[in-house]
Design a protein around this ligand. Sequence first.
Ligand SMILES: [Fe+2]
Length: 325
Amino acid sequence: MNERPAIAQLGHITLSTPNIEKSLWFFRDVLGMEEVARDGNKAYLRSYQEHEHHSLVLVDSNVAELEHVSLRTARPEDVELYARQLHNSGVKVVEIPKGTKKGQGDAIRFFMPHGGHPIELFYDIEKPKAPDAIQSKILSQSSTRRGLGVRRIDHVNLHTAMEEVGSAEGWLINNLGFKRREAMQIPDGPLVASWTSVTPQVHDIALVANPHNQVGAFHHVAFNLENFSDSLTAADILRDLDVQIDLGPGKHGIGAAMFLYVRDPGSGHRIELYSGGYLIFAPDHEPTVWNPENFAQGLTWYGEPTPMDPTALFSQTTQSTKKLV
Ligand SMILES: [Fe+2]
């Protein structure tokens, strides 16, 4: 048996919100996610192409924080194998028993030793059927397409201090098996950003230098739309609903995808509605590295330029929690 554990995918994200009803209005009623369960102070949501119990957990709180980024392992035994591997390398690991999150099995949580972000690893998750009223005749879908039609979680973008980006990327590559897909590098200087994945996507996790040099900062989570026209429709509808748009619609050079960055009005967390992009299948794919001469086209291929100054709305972040349980 292969004893090396592996990560299969980005599973879900847990965000606390000071106004859970407003957040539920945004994710469920506007973006079209299914509220699968409500349990105590938590609401569990998934998109119409997701069968797992949740890709988003909202926690009723007096703060808006990133509680954790949850990665699904490739096999059930990998959770315990990672617990041992992390413990042996000096990382403090907290074991989270089955049922702590509804529909989810045993998990472990830790802070990334570089970058400072809270990570959860799990494998077991229930796949409940949607209520009859929203069952789709497309058998591959968990429910009908509703609202703006987000179909799955896509990636997370984590900010940290400039001097931590390179070591955080190295930690993800060496410990969790991520691959560098694209990067922004100052020649003979620091790594500014890295787009990494364990899947054919250009990124499951992006690590970016924070203009305020803050570690453990959360920039956004992206949900995937089917195509560019869905992003344009989303912008049209969100404007009338007075949802704050930080940037876009536009197209990134990096990842070659369309972006639209908005804020959850209940929490202020930034959400990206993401469509298009390319996939990587070659085992010997070479990462694409951008330098200061072409950073601007990497960030925005067309559309509004991406502001880099620390005072821009787009530079604001929310913070990670300081506790794992
Ligand atoms: Fe993104």
